[in-house]
Design a binder for this molecule. Sequence first.
Ligand code: 5AD
Ligand code: SF4
Length: 443
Amino acid sequence: MTAKTFYLETFGCQMNAHDSEKVVGTLLSKGYTQVETPEAAELVLYNTCSIRDKAEQKVFHRLQQFKREGGKGKTFGVLGCVAQQEGEKIFEKAPFVSLVAGSASYTKLPEMLVQLEAGARRVTGLSLDTEETFDTPFTRRDNPHRAYLTIIEGCDKSCAYCVVPFTRGPERSRTSESVLAEVRQLAALGYSEVQLLGQNVNSYRDPSPAGWDFATLLERVGEVDGMRRVRFTTSHPRDFGKSIVDAIDRGPALCNHVHLPVQSGSDRILNAMQRLYTRADYMKRIEWLKNSPRNISITTDIIVGFPGETEADFAQTLDLLNQVEYDSIFSFKYSPRPNTAALAMGDQIPEEEKTRRLTVVQEQQRALQIRRNAEAIGTEQEVLVEGRNAALGQWIGRTSQNRTLNFTHSVAAEDSLIGTYLPVRVTRAGPNSLAGESVISVM
Ligand code: 5AD
Ligand code: SF4
């Protein structure tokens, strides 16, 4: 096989999106060319997600499409979490697939490509037994202003619902030197925002003798010249220490936003989920954040319908949402996942009931967001300009709190606004975004 054009479609979280940027860079460095459609490609890759059943079904749907429509002469590869979870079974389900590799094997991607090019039909990268992280000088980033950067891979927790420890393997932190070198390099390339990534960034532990914890790393990253905004995701409440809030208080470049997934407001369910914290532990962290002199926006993830969740447990989740007043939430119906502890738990909640609870959560939260966003009317906020909606004559900006703020700009439109920072006065608010007008008039 001499496939030299490739197509890559990505599903799932930011970690996956960033893995894809590294995979693309690696392929380009090996002489491949990226194309926009699977039809135009010789090598077709899917970087997959298996966090919920629906996400997993998507890739099999894509593969089935090709089974029907042909795809002759093409080489197919399944990467990411579904690849790791299903392993060689994928070759049985979709015999035209020749590469199955999980994220813990991407460092071996160049060797796997050589095998594919030599005509191998079943190439796998499925070992989770690794101490390595996937660092590459070839990362091809999608956005020229905002960069993802991995600081820790894998997860050592064992939340009863979660597939990630099985798909991304054990925790491996990058050295602080390597992280800082990449941040400096990004700043030199003109990036002004960096988002530090990991399944659990709070358990970052510098493997070099410096031995920095996450708060120290965060503070140092925030001090890099040219980095105007630093974000991080995702946090686990158990490992989220006060020192992180202190770092935000001290570091002007650290953004006013913390995503702190709570999952449930009921201690009984948190215990069954093996989340390793109580509601009171969680609320203490919320108190640190709310007591900060910075106006830190707090967001979260919620699962409804975990096995055994009663009406009373569910009411506690609603109560917690009211108590914290999150700026936004991601809410999901519990989805049983292979290998996980919750799979075997009794008292699974019927699908219709999960749907009902999800609707209740989302309606309550929507009302809260309408109210909270309206409170922002009249304030002035700095945005990073990320795009333009020509049809609406608006620019798309993002605030330090990670809210979308669409705005008009009095001066004739030029694309050059993208990537710049502007003060914007908020004039309107909806449930999911703000709108306003820039307060600078360029002469
Ligand atoms: N079912 C539903 N939601 C899940 N999440 C993780 N695993 C599951 C599952 N099995 C949610 C959690 C997590 C987010 C990334 O996805 O809320 O924080
Ligand atoms: Fe999906 Fe989790 Fe894998 Fe991200 S780490 S792609 S959310 S299963």
